[in-house]
Design a protein around this ligand. Sequence first.
Ligand code: SAM
Ligand code: SF4
Ligand code: SF4
Length: 367
Amino acid sequence: MTDRFIPITDLRPGASLPVIPSPPTAPTGYLADARQRPLHDLRISVTDRCNFRCTYCMPKSVFDRTYAFLPQRSLLSFEEITRLARIFLAHGVTKIRITGGEPLLRKNIERLIEMLAGLRTVDGFAPDLTLTTNGSLLRRKARTLRAAGLGRLTVSLDALDDTVFRAMNDVDFPVTDVLDGIDAAVEAGFGPVKVNMVVKRGINDDQILPVSEHFRGSGHIVRFIEFMDVGATNGWRLDDIVPSAEVLRRIGERHPIVPIDPNYPGEVAQRWRYADGNGEIGVISSVTRPFCQDCSRARLSTEGKLYSCLFATSGHDLRELVRSGHDDTEIAGAIAHVWARRDDHYSETRSNDTLGLRKVEMSYIGG
Ligand code: SAM
Ligand code: SF4
Ligand code: SF4
């Protein structure tokens, strides 16, 4: 019924119809962009809705009762998502992350997980299938997600203090329920969970130590994320970020830490471990130490637009290709055409001039 509402501004940017090369060439399992970066990761946003209103992501002032979320018919169906994912895998994708909005709000999400888990990479392996969630529904869903074939989970948690946590999600959601969701994930058989904490100065930077100490020795890996100027609604200012170097200094002063090697070249998080053997933490320094140079991520929005960068101002309408009857080779050709021309490196060029760009919202494109 939400399509009754007329949004004051539609925050979803336009999209172009991708070019289908003639004749389209079949995927070879490897694509390089204009900066010689391969296509390895696909992030799929399965809903633009969320039960939280994190002030830095979906501020209530914008995402209120009058906001026009996508109507059901605009969403890619599970069959459409799976078909596109299969084509991306044929191009060399090995890792798929399900995100949103809040992905666990999408009805029967377990069915989609099952369908994606049945796909194979060009090397014949199941894709590395992972999901990012605010954790609010995990107690209810962890077991079925695991049974459906989900490999890993990332849970966002911006504070341990209940008052700070409730203020950040802005819907008065208690932190204990998210912590319980993480326990449920472990009980369901998920290994160590990654815990993402976005740090905003003056809002939750006093939570860096409590959150790190809560998970110290638990096996879970907390990753501290620099607050980014995603979208056009979060009122980002450089002063709001707490540079990762400062996060590491604050933790290291209390519990000595030492750097460790990346799991693979181009890993987004820089890894550290407690010198006393009590586990690992990470920092994601998108602002102070951009990692565009190794960025191999494509994003598929809830309504099937392909974005080649988190900070893109427009996408490529794959849903239109799917719904107008193009075959897999043609769609694969269109994706290859987009990727070959990809020159995005926003975080390396961020400045006051780029802040005003009409960028796509994180809740729509997926984090
Ligand atoms: N709702 C799910 C969640 O919160 O985990 C998945 C979607 S959310 C957009 C994905 C991640 O993006 C979350 O960890 C969130 O904290 C992060 N995020 C959102 N806005 C951000 C911003 N402006 N800067 C940095 N991270 C942000
Ligand atoms: Fe929702 Fe996640 Fe955005 Fe918070 S960060 S508003 S939980 S989509
Ligand atoms: Fe990748 Fe764009 Fe982020 Fe750079 S700014 S790391 S190109 S998503």
